[in-house]
Design a protein around this ligand. Structure first.
Ligand code: UT7
Length: 333
């Protein structure tokens, strides 16, 4: 019998410090950087974002999201045999945030120590990270390499923002989302489609690196927003159509479209191209900003917890971001 994978629980976590556009604009004004709620809302749809405290890392946010997903799935840490964390803002250069997070889960209680020993690794595909991680976990479950995975997107993008660059620092936020993905006789994940094209490295990157004990080059995010915008609109439609074709489904079969939450204009344009009515477009970018690899699992969990998305619904998840990377996962909840 063919093995499939299925999401059995979702969770998410936002750090408590919430900044409205007005709050952020007031902070930026003290640095001589001019922006406004009107500009941010009109160009991006963002109204607020959350920033983590200085001592809080991606593994801390991911830990909270993972605990919530485990609880929703009715599982305990020791039931998990694979951990994949999608992040571009890891706690350390190495080891992976997934290893650090595994140890935090193992310390919850005596029984939880059983999670130690399972494979744990990070996936680095920037804002496409969660669809990449979910696809890898699905493949490992299908082959029998894993039975029950924690797949987490967790980011502290506030750490890599240049708060003197108004074209980027108003866009991003911190947060984490997680799912428990389990082996199942019925799908679950129906199809996925992943891509990358490294010729676009320069349009969205953090170009610095660590060498000889020093940071060489800028450790802050830089983006050609218009170039990213144009590429994103095209590839998101292609990835969704390819995924539907692989699953033998039509655009009208999509109950909910959950694109990467970067800009409401990109999301609405993708929905229109796919002929998905705007009522079926999941939007959390207004409250979270762009949380990179965390944006899709965050949007998923918020919509599941609010009762909007229900078991049995067909979801199209779509990621796009630095690399350039893009991809989609079609699944039945
Ligand atoms: O997560 C990975 C995916 N990332 C994305 O999807 C981001 C894609 N790109 C975008 O979302 C948009 O390109 C942005 C939101 C980044 C920018 O929107 P835009 O409509 O492309 O604006 P723009 O860059 O053309 O800038 C328009 C004007 C400029 O002023 P001038 O030259 O027309 O006088 C900017 O200097 O808006 C100005 N501007 C701002 N004004 C107030 C840029 N940033 C700001 C700001 N506040 N924060």
């Amino acid at each position: 019998m063919r093995r499939f994978s299925r999401i059995t629980g979702t969770g998410s976590y936002l750090p408590p410090r919430r900044l409205s556009n007005a709050d952020l604009a007031a902070e930026l004004a003290t640095k001589g950087v001019e922006t406004s709620d009107d500009w941010i809302v009109e160009r991006t749809g963002i109204r607020a974002r959350h920033f983590a405290a200085p001592d809080v890392c991606a593994s801390d946010l991911g830990f909270e999201a993972a605990k919530a997903a485990l609880q929703a799935a009715g599982r305990a840490p020791q039931d998990i045999d694979l951990i994949i964390v999608a992040t571009s803002t890891p706690d350390m250069v190495f080891p992976s945030t997934a290893c650090i997070l595994q140890h935090k889960l193992a310390q919850l209680n005596d029984a939880a120590k059983g999670i130690a020993g399972c494979p744990a690794f990070d996936v680095q595909a920037v804002c496409s990270g969660f669809v990449y991680a979910l696809t890898v976990a699905d493949a490992m479950i299908q082959t029998g390499a894993a039975n029950r995975a924690l797949v987490i997107g967790s980011e502290v993008f506030s750490r890599i923002l240049d708060f003197t660059d108004r074209t980027t620092c108003v866009l991003f936020g911190d947060g984490a989302g997680a799912v428990v993905l389990e082996a199942s006789d019925t799908p679950g994940i129906l199809a996925s489609d992943l891509h990358a094209d490294g010729k676009h490295v320069g349009i969205l990157c953090v170009p610095g690196n660590v060498s000889g004990g020093r940071v060489i080059g800028s450790p802050l995010l830089t983006m050609d927003g218009q170039a990213v915008f144009k590429l994103a609109v095209g590839v998101l439609e292609d990835a969704a159509r390819a995924t539907l074709a692989k699953a033998g489904l039509k655009d009208t079969d999509i109950d909910w479209l959950i694109p990467h939450q970067a800009n409401i204009r990109i999301m609405q344009s993708t929905a229109k191209k796919l002929k998905v009515p705007l009522e079926k477009l999941i939007v959390t970018v207004d409250q979270h900003g762009n949380t990179s690899a965390a944006s899709i699992p965050l949007a998923l969990d918020v919509s599941v917890k609010s009762g909007k998305i229900k078991p049995g619904d067909t979801l199209m998840l779509e990621g796009v971001g630095g690399g350039f990377t893009w991809g989609a996962v079609l699944l039945k909840l």
